[in-house]
Ligand binder design. Structure first.
Ligand code: GUN
Ligand code: FE
Length: 425
């Protein structure tokens, strides 16, 4: 297995900027000490002696980032999508998450999730666990062993939960503080992230406590925002003191830097909320398949993209039915087209190169210099075999990657995966 310093030969394709893919067919991607040294049409003499990984004829692209995925929900993926968000949470999600109090159950379920994530196209992930500390630490142990890089959250929820799935406010804060202390330096690849579930699950006191932890401990934070219309109405009732849903996080200190924050969905963000997100640099984890399957709506991705906001892409399993980030890319484009056609013709559809940028450079930037093949970036690499996508058409490298996003699960195959220069498979 290639380790940290090597050259990959293949058809190399990456984001040259937010709207454009660059490609070098039959080129050389050089990695030195886990970082990209460059992409070259001919191998420079200075790299002639390092290991050559010959993937001639295959696509070589930057790793994909799943910026929003619920590990405990993987067990019931692909079922229960007949309801909208709030009923879906109460009927399917909360009863399943309550099972993670049982470490034997958590072990069986997380083994499957982690194994499938390892073998997927995802190189890095931002993950929700459950409110249970032991199960969340078990999840972190298992993710660490894969070599994938991740942020993992112990969920906080002290109201509107379910039997066995609700915390006492003070205990939630104390457990979170202890868990941060125990895990923040424990792993090489895995880091804790504050994870208040969403405003309806967290009292004002808990939200304020989490905001204080974010400032004191300088750890990032993830949550949900403006996903569903009933959810937004509920937040307005619960928090009359806030000017919008996003303001509930702002006023409780949860969007304050320097540690980053990331909010899933933002399907219905108002002008005021967009200002808050842009002003704080908060990331949006777009989750198009979840938004379609839970009938939540279609996010105005073109508006966010043209405003230069921090965007990433998520599967939102089990709101979305699978871990495939190629499918997430294709759905970003498809749904933006429907939104353009059916909702607002002033917002042009997202293109495949733009969606790939969001899924690589966009999500990658949450982790640092990640997501492209510019020199100095961490070498997250996918090698894609598209020879099984049977066709008589000759395509250039960029269009082969476009086709792969749609056909990944119909003849496409991920041949190899590297994270920060380390080969995962
Ligand atoms: N909002 C609060 N919790 C959840 C969740 O588990 N999934 C989704 N999609 N939205 C949420
Ligand atoms: Fe979610």
């Amino acid at each position: 297995m290639a380790e940290k310093t090597f050259t990959i030969k293949g058809d190399i394709v990456w984001s040259a900027g937010p709207t454009e893919l660059a490609a070098v067919k039959d080129g050389y991607l050089v990695v030195v000490d886990g970082l990209v040294a460059g992409v070259f049409p001919e191998l420079p003499a200075e790299y002639a002696d390092i290991e050559l990984v010959d993937k001639t004829g295959m696509l070589v692209m930057p790793g994909l980032v799943d910026a929003h995925v619920h590990a405990p929900q993987y067990a019931f993926r692909g079922t229960g999508l007949d309801l909208e968000l709030l009923d879906w949470l109460n009927t399917y999600t909360f009863p399943e998450e309550a099972k993670y109090a049982d470490l034997d159950y958590a072990e069986r379920a997380y083994d499957i999730f982690v194994d499938d994530l390892k073998n997927s196209e995802t190189c890095r992930a931002i993950v929700f666990g459950t409110l249970h500390v032991p199960a969340t630490e078990m999840l972190m142990d298992k993710l660490e062993a894969t070599g994938l890089k991740s942020y993992v959250g112990k969920v906080n929820m002290d109201r509107n939960g379910a039997p066995g799935l609700e915390e006492d406010t003070r205990q939630s804060l104390a457990d979170t503080e202890q868990w941060l202390a125990d895990t923040r330096d424990r792993y090489e690849n895995t880091k804790p992230i504050l994870t208040p579930r969403f405003t309806p699950s967290c009292t004002d006191e808990l939200m304020e406590g989490i905001g204080k932890l974010k400032a004191a401990q300088n750890v990032p934070l993830q949550s949900h925002l403006s996903e569903n219309l009933s959810e937004i109405d509920w937040v307005a009732e619960l928090c009359p003191w806030a000017s919008c849903y996003g303001d509930t996080y702002l006023q409780t200190g949860q969007l304050a830097g320097p540690a980053k924050s990331i909010m899933a969905h933002c399907v219905y963000s108002t002008t005021n909320e967009v200002e808050i997100l842009k002003g704080t640099g908060c990331y949006i984890a777009l989750c198009p398949e979840s938004n379609a399957d839970l009938a939540s709506g279609i996010a105005p991705v073109r508006m966010y993209f043209d405003l230069g906001m921090n965007l990433a892409l998520g599967s939102d399993v089990a709101g979305g039915p699978h871990l495939s980030m190629f499918s997430a890319i294709a759905h970003t484009v498809s749904l933006s087209k429907l939104r353009w056609r059916c909702v607002d013709e002033s917002l042009k559809p997202i293109t495949i190169p733009e969606a790939i940028y969001i899924a690589t450079v966009g999500g990658g930037s949450f982790f640092g210099k990640v997501g492209t093949f510019e020199p100095g970036f961490e070498a997250d690499i996918l090698v894609l075999d598209d020879s099984g996508i049977r066709s008589t058409v000759d395509l250039d490298t960029q269009h082969r990657l476009e086709r792969f996003c749609y056909e990944a699960n119909a003849g496409g195959r991920v041949d190899a995966k590297f994270v920060a220069g380390r080969q995962i498979f």
